[in-house]
Design a protein around this ligand. Sequence first.
Ligand SMILES: Nc1ncnc2c1ncn2[C@@H]1O[C@H](COP(=O)(O)OP(=O)(O)OP(=O)(O)O)[C@@H](O)[C@H]1O
Length: 494
Amino acid sequence: MPPERMSVHQEVESIQKHLQDQIGAKRYENWFGTSTRLQVQGAELVVYVASPYLVKWIQKKFGAHLGTAAAEVMGPSASVRYEVGFDIPPVVPVKTPQAEESTKQEQASSDAPVQVTHHAQPSAASGSKNQYSTYRATSESNSTKKRRIGKRSRSLTDFVVGPCNELAVAAVHQVVAEPGSVSPLYLYASVGNGKTHLLESIYLRLRREAPHLQVLNLTAEQFINYFTQAYSAKTLPSFRQKFRSVDVLLIDDVDFLDGKKATQEEFLHTIKEFELAGKQVVVTANRHPQLLTKTPDELSSRLVSGLVCRLDRPQLETRQEVVRRHAKRQGCEISESVVGAVANRLTGSCRELEGAVNILSTWSQMTKKKVTVTIAKKLLSQLERDCLRIVRLADVEDAVCGLFGVGEGMLKSKTRKQSVAQPRMLAMYLARKLTQTPYSEIGQYFGGRNHSTVMSAEKKIDHQLQESGVIRVASETWQLQDLVDTLKDRIQAG
Ligand SMILES: Nc1ncnc2c1ncn2[C@@H]1O[C@H](COP(=O)(O)OP(=O)(O)OP(=O)(O)O)[C@@H](O)[C@H]1O
């Protein structure tokens, strides 16, 4: 019988001890004291490192030691994976047997017996084995997102495909089958509809099926951080070399770059290099490249030059399947009527659906009762009441001005210049659709205009939407539907 394994906490301690013995206490303290953390996950030793530069360094200098220590403590099939993250998790928690079990279940339900950047060598075999490195950047793009370290990885098989996202999913399959063939791939959607999930799926698939490729997965905010750090430290050449030497670049939330001139320029050069080398870039955003209004034309036209796919809000069948699968993952048994009740009620995003299932599941665990349709409806109406956001006219005004770069107060001015009149018309339309405000009050708000002006704005935009029309503002032409969807999402998200 194989010897029983220690707890993960003991294993980490033991690996740390082995490392100290191999490299000496001082070097250990220097390199593994504060800027690196170790975690044991199943048969993997995960080495969390503070920056991509450090990853290379740690792999080169200590890859073999880490491999040896992992093999000694966890057994010869142990493997070592490196993760990059600003939010390095605190010292490894001691896992309870239940936690261990749930980790195993999560791993089993994930696409991957996800695999590792390189296998640990039981003997003094080397970091040179480690001819490929797959980074995973793990700090978050903005405060609204949770960090991904320790979170369930989201795989392609977990992703529910429906008419709302099938083109995007087909493109993702193409990217993993032949990296570089659809580049740049630009995926955009409103919040919670699968952008990050698809990016992570690409990362996982490539790590498993093309481990020789270097894949860099990070958020646009991290890109900015690395860039500004390199800029201040005068290490831009090394930054460029590191970023441009990877084979596949995955960047989440590129809308975050909007208006950040210096980083946009750097990003543009990065994309150009990738294009020249026939390498793959995949980016996600909350809107079409054309609606990145503070982005230079050269960059937005690069971004549309590959394939641009929208992930629409999920239709009923997709929502139902998301609910079923998430309930199953939560171990929460729900009937088809409950699935229907949730999916009919929440139409916005998959994240919303998962949140609702979490509430039902928690209720069921706490009360030890099965969720009925009546209970589900009651819990969901409480949820809706708590989350209800009241849209004000000023929210509409802010969102429209922000998107078109119209100065404060201009929508309320008398000017009839097209660059202001068109956004104003759109603002009136959105005010009518998203608030309960009467026509006369909307007219009053936007510069003391008559109620008939608001009525005609509503009618005109409705008509143009039916005709799949475009709207011209200044020298730009916009797809009206995209514009309206983007603005609605922003206003409702607050
Ligand atoms: N089609 C889908 N099938 C299954 N799960 C999905 C699908 N779309 C989204 N989800 C789930 O919904 C949650 C939110 O998705 P994700 O984080 O990818 O959203 P996002 O589009 O990146 O949102 P944000 O704009 O906030 O970054 C995740 O848990 C994800 O796994």
